[in-house]
Design a protein around this ligand. Sequence first.
Ligand code: MN
Length: 495
Amino acid sequence: MPNKKQTIESLLEKVKTYTKKADLDIIRLAYDFADNAHNGQTRKSGEPYIVHPLATAHFLADMRIDPVILTAALLHDVPEDTDVTLDEIEKNFGSEIASLVQGITKLGKLKYRGVERYIENLRKMFVAMAEDVRVMIIKFADRIHNLTTLGALPPQKQYRIALESLEIYAPIANRLGIGEIKGILEDLSFEYVYPKEYQRVKQIRDEKLKGKDEFLRQIQEDIKNELLNTGIKTVSIDGRNKRLYSLYQKLQRKDHDITQVYDLVAIRIIVPTIADCYASLGILHKHWRPLKGRIKDYISQPKPNGYQSLHTTVFSDNGEIIEFQIRTPEMHDDAEYGVAAHWHYDEHCSKRPAREITWIKELAEIQKDILNKLSDLEEIKIDFLQNRIFVFTPKGDVIDLPEGATPVDFAYHIHTDIGDKCNGARINEQMASLDTELKNGDVIEIVIDKNRKGPSQDWLNFIKTHTAKTHVTNYLKDKQKGKIADWFKYVLPKK
Ligand code: MN
């Protein structure tokens, strides 16, 4: 990271390139204020402390994020690490910036150790997100700079910070739809959490990509011309290497066989409209044969985090297999920035309305209750941090569940009674056992037994969602109580 070149001057220059509306004086004032407050403090690397908030702000400026967020980023460590108080920040910078800084400060202080610390941290982040998701955007930028400077810390601490980034921060970024930040967090932590695997995957990727540059450049050139011939003016075409952690995960799913990975390089085509997206897909398929079963229409069926694009994998002229991703500038902006897209300035599309993220609300509602119970940690990770799948009811209603969910989770998601009375399931019209793992796109029909008394204890061995587990455990507890009550009735003398 070229920290030494990052100055307040270059920060202001960056901001000017994407918005004319920024209050540059306030940004400069925040820098001077923070520089003053942190005066004499150093980072573990020996550099003056101000390098860190400045780098955090630079990262956000590189992402073309709203200057208000950037200003708060410059001040983010002031109340926690210096004598300057939040009141003074409010007096100088107003309540909006002060409240963002306060949000970050609240995240900072962790009391516990071990698993309790992990949970406390999760709970704090969920609360912060529910209150103002901008706090998380600053926190991500803060964490990314800390990850790039991990080298200065003792190995134990490196590992802890990297693991937490990989297991908490990256999945949250993913659920917020901020693909860009998720990818950066994963790759930076990967190296520290699984150093051997990191080196191995890096070597596999580099070998596979060696000498392909010219070929990929040529393909992009050809497509651009081909599309232009049919009247489609591309906004941009670029080839992107698959990120290392994402490649690592895919290799694990594909028995470590790199030839089974088709999106090592994906070529992204950005065209002005949705009609252009479908037209471009047609043109690609006219020239190159698509691989069976690899055409995905995430425009008409977006992924649960809102991701939209057309994907296809084709055999190119020299037999090389290439993945294409076709989308509009708005879809691209959403894919990279997710909820942050609302505070992101893009040259090709205007600012988005703030996206409603219902799971943040769900989370705020239940967090008080379950986050305090240790045994629920795995459930929380599954319910809120894991990837989601889409499945369908026979009527075509879409149900969003965590990966690994079963027909029983599905049944409880529809209705408690359906869960309690569920006796079997048909998945895509085939009878399936209740512990079958559901897959994206499955159509599920629950078979009900009206005479069934209630859920069975064994279900606890395979159900995944908090809703299903709560219902089953509560039922079993009540049943237990009922039994005891019956027993008392029996042994107590009648009056
Ligand atoms: Mn910080």
